[in-house]
Design a protein around this ligand. Structure first.
Ligand code: SF4
Length: 261
């Protein structure tokens, strides 16, 4: 693993994570570059740490950082089997360019089996259920053996993400969650991508700032929220894999370490 100069590397003495401890880590890394929190997290959790990628701009920044810091780190994506062809093309490009393997995590039901069990085009009738089957449950299963996961969540990507923290406890999945770019703006992300000459999804040039599954993603107009092209016609703005305590009605209580499997 490539070393990174840290003034204050926090090494946990045990495996318990209280909200106070997470708050302390957030304070410690508040003004540090993402490499700092990533280096700490990789030292603390490897090999039970993974990076989730959606192949969005911020995911590509993180994949690039991870490929430089510790390319053996598990990188995975949720393949709903309904992604755009352009997204699969980008995946292959990034694997080759960054020299990393990207694990494909799939739902238990194929699209055809889902249609047989729940009716055709579930996304057009009950998108929450479709996301639960094709994203939320596969993610939960994949994270069972992990102690921490890294995501590209940014606070300014939409109103539902305002509560996101740099280091937080993922109540839904029972592990530490790191959002190293939580304070980054869209402009800062794109500036990083340009400086490092990294490829991005060609659909961004066609008006898609946020890209999910084919049936649930539309282009957005100039000035609109970058996630407003997702689930058009529904109240839904998030697929359900990112939930925050305030959203879930959780109080600031101490969190217990998860049972190891
Ligand atoms: Fe289903 Fe749409 Fe969610 Fe994809 S984004 S899992 S198609 S509801």
């Amino acid at each position: 693993m490539k070393s990174f100069p840290l003034h204050d590397v926090v090494s946990p003495l045990d495996d318990s994570w209280s909200l106070e401890r997470l708050a302390y880590l957030q304070q410690t890394f508040a003004d540090a570059p993402p490499e700092a929190v990533l280096t700490w997290a990789l030292h603390t959790f490897t090999p039970q740490i993974c990076l989730a990628t959606s192949f969005g701009p911020q995911s590509i920044v993180l994949m690039h950082l991870i490929s430089e810091l510790a390319p053996e780190t598990t990188v995975f994506y949720l393949d709903t089997e309904l992604l755009f062809l352009e997204t699969y093309t980008l995946r292959a490009q990034l694997e080759q360019l960054l020299g990393i393997g990207i694990v494909r995590v799939t739902p238990q039901l194929s699209v055809e089996d889902q249609a047989r069990l729940h009716g055709p085009e579930l996304w057009a009738r009950r998108p929450d259920q479709c996301c639960e089957l094709r994203k939320v449950l596969p993610l939960r299963r994949f994270l069972e053996d992990q102690r921490a996961w890294i995501t590209g969540v940014r606070r300014d990507a939409g109103p539902a993400r305002q509560a996101a923290q740099l280091v937080e406890w993922d109540h839904a999945n029972g592990l530490v969650k790191l959002n190293p770019l939580v304070d980054w703006s869209k402009e800062r992300v794109w500036d990083y991508l340009r400086r490092h000459d990294l490829p991005t999804n060609v659909l961004h040039e066609r008006g898609y700032p946020s890209i999910g599954c084919r049936p649930c993603t539309r282009p957005v107009r100039e000035g609109e929220d970058e996630r407003s092209g997702r689930w058009v016609g529904f109240e839904k703005t998030e697929c359900g894999i990112h939930r925050w305590p305030s959203e879930a009605g959780k109080t600031a209580q101490a969190v217990a370490p998860r049972e190891r499997r």
